[in-house]
Design a protein around this ligand. Structure first.
Ligand code: NAP
Length: 304
């Protein structure tokens, strides 16, 4: 069986930073990624809080992480991980291209977008319902769209969408946004943005294409309709960890539980970045996690 000291699952900010630190520590490692390198920053228009760089496009930052890892000779492989089997001497990572044995594993699979779960959402994905402003924003040039959510993603991506859309309604279930003050101020100053407070989406409506949404005011119970051509759903994230089949302890919400060295409930298996139980999900915290997980894995490998 193919064997490495360290297998890193996920090629986003956490996984690529773990690869950089692991490689520099002299570990024999491979990074497994099911799609493209970069993770969530790949679909982020602009990153404005990566220290040292005032503003950079998400894809450019992702590429710089990847190029850095490649310059050190990191092996990066496209592979879908189907599961892991923890073992005494080594753990086994099951991929669509065969099994890989590893002394240590870092799970850095990130998070995926939470769905609203309302009527019409699943049926109209790709027909007006989107989870990515950078990917789909240009389809709505001179049209009205709705953004659902009140966190940083909703508020920042709403601003991005005003490049294309004639009007962006941010529908939020409370009467104040969760996003940081700077992002909120920028959005509320934008003439194309309208906040729709205290409202949840009852249904996304349309025959084959989104034509509007039905909203319910949570304070009055009143129903109303908002005619829009696009609905961008940004209501938070859920961990990308179904492949783990309950083998690692989780906390509420399914996030992987880790100790202060980022070890999971299984010795030799570490978790880094958005997939783990962390109070802050940012590129910089994911990168910090990647560094710590790599050094913890290094320590585990040389002492076992
Ligand atoms: P988030 O901060 O968890 O916000 C999710 C938003 O969706 C909240 O406003 C929440 O409402 C709302 N929501 C959740 N479930 C809902 C439902 N079923 N129906 C309607 N609304 C619902 O998620 P995020 O904005 O995707 O951000 C994720 C993490 O990345 C956060 O830590 C965020 O700070 C970070 N982030 C940072 C930046 C940046 O620093 N530039 C950019 C993007 C993301 P409530 O407020 O009522 O709970």
């Amino acid at each position: 069986m193919e064997t490495h000291e360290l297998v890193i699952i996920g090629g986003g900010a956490a996984g690529l930073t773990a690869a950089i630190y692991g490689k520099r520590a002299g570990l024999d490692l491979v990074v497994l990624e099911k799609t493209s390198h970069g993770g969530q920053i790949l679909i982020t228009n602009e990153v404005e809080n990566w220290p040292g760089i005032k503003a950079i496009s998400g894809p450019d930052l992702a590429q710089s992480f990847y190029d850095h890892a490649m310059s050190l000779g990191v092996e990066f492989r496209n592979a879908l991980v189907r599961g892991i089997t923890p073992g005494e001497k080594h753990h086994t990572v099951h991929t669509d291209a065969g099994d890989i044995a590893a002394k240590a594993i870092i799970v850095a699979t990130g998070a995926t977008f939470r769905r609203l779960g309302c009527k019409g959402e699943n049926d109209l994905i790709g027909a007006g319902v989107s989870f990515c402003a950078v990917c789909d924003g240009a389809f709505f040039t001179d049209e009205e769209v709705a953004v659902i959510g009140g966190g940083n993603t909703a508020v920042e991506e709403a601003c991005y969408l005003t490049r294309f859309a004639s009007k962006v309604s941010i529908v939020h279930r409370r009467d104040e946004f969760r996003a940081d003050r700077m992002a909120i101020d920028r959005a509320l100053k934008n003439e194309k943005i309208v906040a729709v407070w205290d409202s949840v989406v009852e249904s996304i409506d349309g025959e084959g294409l989104v034509e509007g949404i039905t909203l319910k005011n949570v304070k009055t119970g009143e129903l109303s309709t908002l005619p829009v051509a696009g609905v961008f759903v940004f209501v938070g994230t859920v961990p990308t960890a179904t492949f783990l089949n309950g083998q690692l302890d989780r906390v509420d919400g399914g996030w992987i539980a880790t100790d202060e060295r980022l070890q999971t409930s299984v010795p030799g298996i570490f978790a880094a970045g958005d997939v783990r139980n962390t109070p802050l999900r940012q590129v910089v915290t994911a990168a910090g996690d990647g560094a710590l997980a790599a050094m913890s894995a290094y320590h585990f490998i040389v002492t076992h």
